[in-house]
Write a protein that binds this ligand. Structure first.
Ligand SMILES: [Zn+2]
Ligand SMILES: [Zn+2]
Length: 337
């Protein structure tokens, strides 16, 4: 008997991407009975599922963000350990996106489908490195699925931040960064480049950063902004969620120089619209080259492209000789990552 075609047992439904022989959904946008969650970003880890399967780190992140809505029952699955869900063998493998992020490897009757979730390929000391898994069908994100998106080396972007700090030592450098993943990666990158001073954090970033530490990630000294004298922040780095960059809170800072760390900072209009003076192109998503390289490495004859810029990546995968199609799943946003 030949292995079943991927689209006969994994397919999109109104409630999300469904794995029929496991009777479960992956990152469903609405509450379901049984969910497998790739990572803790809010558009992937929704509240209210009855049963949630994820890595221990993702479950901890969900409990912090969602409280008692994080799943009535939670099942932890560590990287690389196969477990049985219905008739399907499910293995979570690092996706390199944020702490705990996983690709979902699904094996059923000799057919293997891998759901990437969000991912990136470059090393990040705050999470495990992406592992390419050969499969029959690879379901990939495409947030930056256009050839114009080529992220520079992250050390280059950090050097620009440190250079600005030396040019404007009297200005507070207020950097917008998403609270899960980007904030902590920014801290780790600053340490890697030799910046040792405390980094000041907006209140909305404190708990997640503390959770990263509890889970064993080294981030160096940080302190809350709250309670600091205004003048003491001159020449310091402050990290805040992107939503706080232009509000009242930021106007209390001494002559703030606004920066933001996001793959979208490649798009000049986006930086401008947010009043960003120092756009830092640091992304937790694969850029175009990483997407294409990954499609090549997993050797899957079939490529399904989910949220983002599907069209160009579908065409590129076809040029590489793969059967490719856009899944057009709804409910996922560009998460400022
Ligand atoms: Zn994400
Ligand atoms: Zn996403």
């Amino acid at each position: 008997m030949s292995a079943p075609q991927p689209d006969t047992w994994v397919y999109p439904t109104k409630a999300g991407l469904y794995v029929a022989p496991a009777d479960c959904y992956i990152d469903p946008p609405r509450a379901v009975d049984r969910a497998i969650i790739t990572h803790g970003h809010s558009d992937h880890a929704r509240p209210g599922h009855a049963h949630v399967l994820a890595t221990p780190e993702t479950l901890a992140i969900m409990r912090l963000r969602l409280g008692d809505q994080a799943g009535i029952s939670q099942q932890a699955s560590s990287y690389g350990v196969p477990i049985r869900v219905g008739e399907v063998t499910v293995t979570l493998v690092p996706a390199g996106h944020v702490l705990g992020s996983a690709q979902i490897v699904l094996d059923w009757q000799g057919s293997r489908v891998v759901v990437s979730g969000d991912y990136k390929r470059r090393p990040d000391s705050t999470c495990a490195l992406f592992e390419p898994i050969p499969c029959d069908c690879f379901i990939t994100e495409a947030t930056f699925g256009l050839p114009v998106f080529r992220h520079p080396p992250d050390g280059h972007e950090i050097a620009r931040l440190l250079h600005s700090l030396s040019l404007f030592p009297e200005r507070v450098h207020l950097i917008g960064a998403y609270s899960l993943g980007k904030c902590q990666r920014l801290l780790a990158l600053l340490r890697r480049e030799g910046y040792e001073a405390p980094v000041y954090l907006h209140g909305a970033l404190l708990q997640m950063t503390e959770l990263y530490r509890t889970l064993g990630v080294e981030l160096g000294p940080t302190a809350p902004v709250a309670g600091m004298a205004r003048d003491a922040l001159a020449g310091q780095i402050v990290i805040a969620p992107p939503s706080a960059l232009n509000d009242l809170w930021s106007r209390r800072m001494p002559d703030p120089l606004i920066g933001m760390a996001s793959g979208w900072m490649r798009v000049k209009q986006r930086a401008k619209a947010r009043g960003v003076e120092l756009p830092l192109v640091i992304s937790d998503h694969a850029d175009w080259d990483e997407l294409v390289r990954t499609i090549d490495e997993v050797q899957a004859p079939e490529i399904w492209v989910t949220h983002g810029n599907e069209e160009a990546l579908v065409r590129q995968a076809s040029l590489l000789g793969r059967r490719a199609r856009a899944l057009s799943l709804v409910g996922y946003e560009d998460d400022e990552a």
